[in-house]
Write a protein that binds this ligand. Structure first.
Ligand SMILES: [Fe+2]
Length: 273
């Protein structure tokens, strides 16, 4: 098994798509893949840096190292003084405390689950049932926070008009501005904890999902491309109740070329063609 195949196996296991693995020899329209398509499918691996956690052994997940200094997400715009980016203090708390907490909890849960000798699921309270209840919350918390940080770049970088993601957004929403308006509205939906742009396998379209908790509100098999954290810990210290200015800051900080590159690689995987 080559490196690309190993990456692909990790992708399948991590994405919860193992059950769909049998469908990977089919194209998006359900017909069998040609030999050329199968060769291309094997050559396309999802971006490993966006999917590093599932390759970690149980209990050995590590906190993502930020790809920029904590003071580099500050923005200054004289025309829009409310849009100030994200302060170093919030980056520090959010990454070093909140994000790190999900990693620590996930590791403890995995180790404790592996050590259980019985699975008392029916009891009003049992270690097994509680660990299972918390497993998806923390695993999703780790992954979405990884994506959140990796989505951003100091100063941001624009979406190229000739990029494949630009074309897909226009195809699915009519215009990038229309997508943007819906994404901002999604992020400002009451009780939303995340606004997520995801590529869904059921219709092979992009969707803006409003998720409450890390593991509530998504669609099975959908691949998040942009994850905007709108839990209060992400912005309240900087913006108070002005969530809209924080979301605007997040959008300005997006690293669109990387997001486009990730979209292209995911979209060419079998489940999305
Ligand atoms: Fe968060």
């Amino acid at each position: 098994m080559n490196e690309g195949q190993l990456e692909r196996r990790s992708f399948l296991a991590g994405a919860g798509l193992t059950a769909a693995a049998g469908a990977l020899a089919l194209s998006g329209c359900g017909r069998p893949l040609t030999s050329d398509e199968m060769a291309q499918d094997q050559a396309v691996a999802p971006p490993a840096e966006w999917w590093r956690q599932p390759s970690a052994p149980p209990g050995k997940h590590t906190l993502l190292e930020l790809p920029y200094a904590k003071d580099k997400l500050v923005l200054s715009d004289a025309e829009h003084p409310k849009v100030r980016g994200i302060s170093p203090q919030v980056v520090e708390w959010h990454h070093d405390k909140h994000h790190a907490g999900y990693v620590t909890a996930l590791n403890r849960i995995e180790v404790d689950l592996a050590a259980l000798t019985s699975f008392d699921a029916k009891a009003n309270y049992s270690a097994f049932s509680e660990l299972k209840r918390r497993e998806t919350f923390n695993a999703s918390g780790v992954w979405l926070h990884d994506l959140y940080w990796l989505n951003m770049l100091p100063g941001g970088a624009p979406l190229a008009q000739d990029s494949e993601l630009h074309a897909k957004i226009v195809a699915d929403w009519g215009s990038v501005e229309r997508w943007r308006q819906e994404f901002v509205a999604t992020a400002n939906t009451p009780n939303a904890g995340w606004a997520i742009l995801a590529l869904a396998p059921y219709d092979r379209k992009l969707h803006n999902y409003a998720c409450s908790f890390h593991d509530l509100g998504g669609v099975w098999g959908a691949i998040p491309l942009i994850a905007c954290d709108v839990w209060e810990h992400a912005y309240y210290y900087d913006y108070g109740p002005d969530r809209e200015s924080y979301v605007e800051s997040f959008l300005r900080l997006l690293n669109w070329p990387e997001i486009d590159a990730a979209f292209v690689r995911w979209a060419r995987c079998g489940a999305f063609r």
